[in-house]
Design a protein around this ligand. Structure first.
Ligand SMILES: [Zn+2]
Length: 457
């Protein structure tokens, strides 16, 4: 998609709000959610599936989109996107894992989605931009506008961009069952999830679950899975263990607390002693600006699990966002020590250090961010903080090299967001002051060259 066109689409967003007021909220909520705990949980569900599919787990990205609809899809190659609505509506770890197995089936089968060609090399961030852009494009009066009025802007965008054929759906189901068999897990979860969606296809388009729209549904899919469950008696009752189900409940509690704090406070009263209930409450209290009460509940959780890195992270986040930065720094340090392979925790730690403003700790923040980049490439936020950290070094050390590094980091940030022109602009600026031949100089050269190649077509 050309740059110019995309700018035009953004300008049209205003019009869309007028044309589809009911859909505007959904468009706005096309944003990413990052959460170390939920991402780790999804990855642990994915591990046996990826192994069974003979896919390198490192090459699959699992991404969360804040949206209440039930949907999951594959785009841009090895990216599996989950709507928070699907996570919240799935009833067990097994159901969620079966969706993951199905999406992995699409990846393993190399299924081509219409429009996927354009997305193949795009970053996840850029894909979201394209999805939002496409939805807007429907309203802007192009050839698809007539269809757009039937199902609403966004659903048509997804139909065109992400829907598979029925044959591909059956093949992804078959692959999912094969992966689950190989991992020694019953396909009962897949059957339960499909039954949940059964009958949706007969409903009018606008009230169908989005999952049914992007993954065409048919009655014989349920029958095939039912048959498979019957034919694999050795796997009956082979479900994921209690620790997975517990993580599943915690994930749902966390999402409810963060995304729907008022609902969480209604559902979980202070008489509810369960840990998940207190987890949701603590988050909801903090999200509704009741910090002292939130911290009190948080302490009860930490009393039970003092070494839980995610409980500590949440406490640090509460303190950080309420101005208790130096306390937050100490807790984030403990989080990173407990979970050194989490890029997100390192980024939060570095962010808190930088916000704390102790200049002797700038190098510590830089080291955390460089390590975060090694653990997870292409996170725009990491580069933004690195730019801030190097900018601080430029101030204190009066060394021109750091100015080059700031521009370099901003080039990487732009690249991670799919903004090649911006990346090129920052790279050109960085090359003026970076030491010639240094590793960062070489990398900046690459950015400049790749960006100019992309903008030719
Ligand atoms: Zn599918």
């Amino acid at each position: 998609m050309g740059k110019l066109l995309r700018h035009k689409l953004i300008a049209m967003a205003f019009l869309l709000l007028l044309a589809f007021p009911a859909r505007a909220g959904e468009l706005e909520s096309m944003s990413f959610i990052r959460d170390a705990e939920i991402e780790d949980y999804l990855r642990s569900l994915g591990m046996p599936i990826f192994r069974a599919a003979e896919i390198n787990p490192q090459s699959v990205n699992l991404l969360l989109i804040q949206n209440n609809a039930i949907n999951a899809f594959v785009a841009g190659g090895m990216n599996i996107f989950f709507y928070t609505g699907l996570l919240q509506q799935s009833e067990s770890a097994d159901q969620l894992q079966s969706v993951l197995a199905h999406e992995t089936g699409h990846i393993a089968g190399g299924h081509l989605i219409r429009g996927r060609e354009a997305m193949r090399n795009a970053s996840a961030q850029a894909i979201i931009g394209m999805l939002a852009g496409l939805a807007v494009g429907v309203a802007s009066g192009n050839a698809q506008a007539a269809i757009g009025t039937i199902g609403g802007a966004q659903s048509i965008a997804e139909r065109n961009l992400m829907s598979f054929s029925r044959a591909q759906e059956s093949s992804a189901d078959a692959a999912a069952m094969r992966f689950l068999d190989k991992a020694g897990i019953s396909s009962q979860g897949l059957l339960e999830f499909m039954k949940k969606l059964e009958g949706q296809e007969l409903m009018p388009l606008e009230s169908q679950a989005e999952y049914v729209r992007t993954h065409p549904f048919s009655q014989d899919r349920v029958q095939t899975i039912e048959h498979h469950v019957k034919m694999t008696p050795a796997l009956h009752g082979k479900t994921l263990g209690p620790s997975f189900q517990m993580e599943h409940e915690r994930m749902k509690a966390k999402l409810l607390g963060f995304l729907h704090p008022e609902a969480a406070l209604l559902r979980y009263t202070d008489k509810d002693p369960r840990l998940t209930a207190r987890y949701a409450r603590a988050i909801a209290l903090y999200r509704t600006a009741q910090l002292p009460r939130a911290l009190t509940v948080m302490e009860t959780l930490l009393k039970e699990e003092p070494q839980n890195p995610y409980f500590l992270e949440l406490k640090a986040q509460m303190l950080f966002e309420n101005g208790h930065v130096s306390e937050a720094v100490k807790i984030y340090q403990a989080c990173v020590a407990l979970k050194p392979d989490s890029a997100l925790l390192r980024v939060s730690y570095a962010h808190a250090i930088l916000e704390n403003g102790v200049s002797s700790q700038t190098d510590l923040a830089i080291n955390q961010l460089i390590e975060a980049n090694r653990l997870e490439e292409r996170n725009p936020e990491t580069w933004r903080f690195l730019a801030a950290a190097w900018s601080r070094k430029a101030e204190t050390e009066k060394d021109i090299k750091y100015q080059g590094l700031v521009s370099y980091a901003l080039a990487e940030e732009s690249l991670a967001q799919g903004q090649e022109k911006e990346a090129q602009r920052f790279a050109t600026r960085a090359l003026k002051t970076l030491p010639k031949g240094s590793p960062y100089w070489l990398r900046t050269q690459d950015i400049k060259l790749s960006a100019s190649e992309d903008s030719k077509d």
